[in-house]
Design a protein around this ligand. Sequence first.
Ligand SMILES: Nc1nc2c(ncn2[C@@H]2O[C@H](COP(=O)(O)OP(=O)(O)OP(=O)(O)O)[C@@H](O)[C@H]2O)c(=O)[nH]1
Ligand SMILES: [Mg+2]
Length: 294
Amino acid sequence: METPDKQFKSGYVAIVGKPNVGKSTLINALVGRKLSIVTRRPQTTRHRVLAILTSEDYQVILLDTPGVIKPRYRLHESMMQNVDSAVADADLVLFMAEASSTEPDSLSLERLRGTRSILAINKIDLVRREDALPLAEKYMGLDIFETVVPISAKSGYQVDVLLEEIVSRLAPGPQFYPSDVLSEHPERFFIAELVREQVFKQLREELPYSTQVNVINLEPRPDGKDLIDAEIVVDRDSQKGIVIGKGGQQLKKIGSRARVQIEEFLGREVFLRLHVKVRQGWRDSPGHLKSFGF
Ligand SMILES: Nc1nc2c(ncn2[C@@H]2O[C@H](COP(=O)(O)OP(=O)(O)OP(=O)(O)O)[C@@H](O)[C@H]2O)c(=O)[nH]1
Ligand SMILES: [Mg+2]
């Protein structure tokens, strides 16, 4: 006798937590591909980034979100709206904390709003496992989380266990996306993000937070490499020179490193041109934010 097919399961899972806890790293580890940019700096992710994980038995639609902060600019308000919309759409919230922290992250907890939630304690590679126990106990004492899994998103430790915990909580449901679709964002979103990642990696202090990257032209050329024009928008005149650098060296470095990442992502060679533009006060300008997709 044939055994009946196991029912296919699907659902939306929002990953929420403080800046820099490793949300984007985990997304990439789960889908096995770099879909969300990762840097050492907090507040890297600005949009909700969707990543789709499909197997024969399930489809998990993961929503990476910006780290929860107190907004200082309209940009931040939009980022926090991206967190809230991800939580509102989610069937399950995966809340992330850092193993080295000592107290629950109340600012991020405020954003949960009664959605079913599980807890991942990340960067367990940086502490002794028993040292993370008091934190786990404090979180579980809040009666918010159904379970807790210590993980290392970076090394992959227990990421499979976490995935099992996620899948076991999904309801039977349809496959929303074809198996080969990994995200919902268009190519130009990822291209802009990969440039922004280099801006975060190459520029110091506050400057990355004053920048935005937009792809303004993406032109396939049948007899050559794709042509990509991207603008790096800065907040003030004085920042333009810093981004360009002496003799254009800084911009060249950002461009050549981003190009390597973009080519890896697209699987083809590209010709990347970067332009620096000043849009004074863009982080607080509703018009600019709207045109930049916030
Ligand atoms: N040691 C260690 N480092 C990690 C781990 N996971 C992430 N990181 C590092 O933590 C830093 C932040 O990681 P991200 O994935 O960008 O963090 P995020 O939560 O997405 O941050 P925002 O987008 O700013 O909210 C990067 O330098 C990662 O390499 C981990 O398990 N162990
Ligand atoms: Mg991130």
